[in-house]
Design a protein around this ligand. Structure first.
Ligand code: TXA
Ligand code: MG
Length: 318
């Protein structure tokens, strides 16, 4: 198992040696390596068992660093960075040659984000290179929101997990790009579309993609537990799945019935922020339990609810 601790200096040394370290962010834990070093980047793909066509996000300490890695920053990107960074929004920007092609899977754009977490901010500031970091989970599985989640699945493959506690947003960053002055959201996430629209006006949400995704977070099946998961009307799903050991993940309501083995309520008060924060831990807990099937329902499709529904629906595809 990996060592878990909050020694920034140790994390820095390992990263400088080309090794990988799991880092906390406000969204989910990342599996970090030197973004400017292809061999560190290659290790990230290996450890996650991630296909090389799925590009990585590059993490920077501040807005000023962006111009080292991106050719230009569109005016709308600048506005959004000023408003929301550090925070859960990633920008797809035309990359400079210093970013290895492996990071972007050969695409022209690189995803850049400045995470909001004090430990990771300190670490990024202390390094002479930015950090490539996908979520610290095996490819396709639910993202980790605690050091223990990372240790459970990747602990034997990495040396160190920087412990920054539980992630307080709990759902991955929102990914945006710009095409002909239009703002496009490729992945809904920890920053709501509504908040983005307040700053730059209407955006286009384009989170489905056919075969060659702009962002493989757009892949239909992703963020998925191993158990079968269904999204719908829980009452009806309960009838359809009679006789099975059932786990329920509901938004606000408690359901009753003999077949229910385990039930997790995301937010008793119906708070979407709380629901997002708990979502991945809850999915992991149900996945580890002895239930045969997980039944869930959509939450209100506004604010962070859109990202929650997006993840639930992708988790449901088998
Ligand atoms: O909140 C987050 O974004 C977390 C934390 C660790 O920062 N990271 C994260 O990374 O969720 P990952 O790799 O699990 O998901 C990033 C998504 C992938 O679906 C990837 O395809 C997309 O971002 N992406 C990254 N760079 C891209 C690029 N240049 N063009 C298109 N999509 C890109
Ligand atoms: Mg991921």
């Amino acid at each position: 198992m990996a060592e878990i601790g909050n020694d920034i200096f140790k994390a820095k040394e390992l990263l400088e040696q080309g090794k990988l370290v799991a880092i906390p962010t406000e969204t989910v834990y990342g599996l970090a390596g030197n973004a400017l070093d292809s061999s560190s980047v290659a290790k990230i793909f290996e450890v996650k068992n991630r296909p090389y066509f799925d590009p990585l996000i590059v993490h920077v300490p501040d807005i000023d660093s962006v111009s080292k890695y991106a050719e230009e920053i569109p005016a709308k990107a600048k506005l959004l960075m000023n408003e929301f960074w550090p925070g859960p929004i990633t920008f797809l920007l035309t990359k400079k040659p210093i970013i290895p092609d492996l990071v972007t899977s050969g695409l022209d754009r690189v995803g850049i984000r400045c995470p909001h977490h004090s430990l990771t901010h300190e670490l990024l500031k202390s390094l002479s290179f930015p950090l490539a970091a996908p979520s610290a989970n095996p490819f396709g599985y639910v993202s980790p929101t605690t050091p223990q989640h990372v240790n459970d699945q990747l602990g034997d493959k990495i040396d160190y997990i920087l412990d920054g506690g539980e992630c307080n947003v709990g759902i991955e960053s929102t990914i945006v790009g710009f095409e002909n002055d239009e703002t496009i959201v490729y992945r809904v996430g920890g920053l709501s579309v509504e908040k983005i629209e307040l700053i730059v006006g209407d955006v286009k949400v384009q989170t489905q993609s056919v075969s060659n995704p702009h962002a493989p977070g757009q892949l239909q099946s992703h963020y998925a537990p191993r158990k079968i998961l269904k999204v719908g009307n829980i009452q009806e799903l309960l009838i359809q799945n009679k006789g099975k050991r059932i786990g329920i993940l509901s938004f606000q309501k408690k359901y009753s019935g003999e077949e229910i083995n385990q039930q997790i309520i995301l937010s008793h008060s119906g708070d979407l922020k709380e629901a997002a924060q708990k979502l991945f831990s809850a999915l992991r807990e149900l996945d580890k339990s002895n239930v045969e099937i997980i039944l869930t329902e959509e939450v209100p499709n506004i604010g962070l609810g859109r990202a929650i529904n997006d993840r639930l629906n992708r988790a449901a595809v088998k």
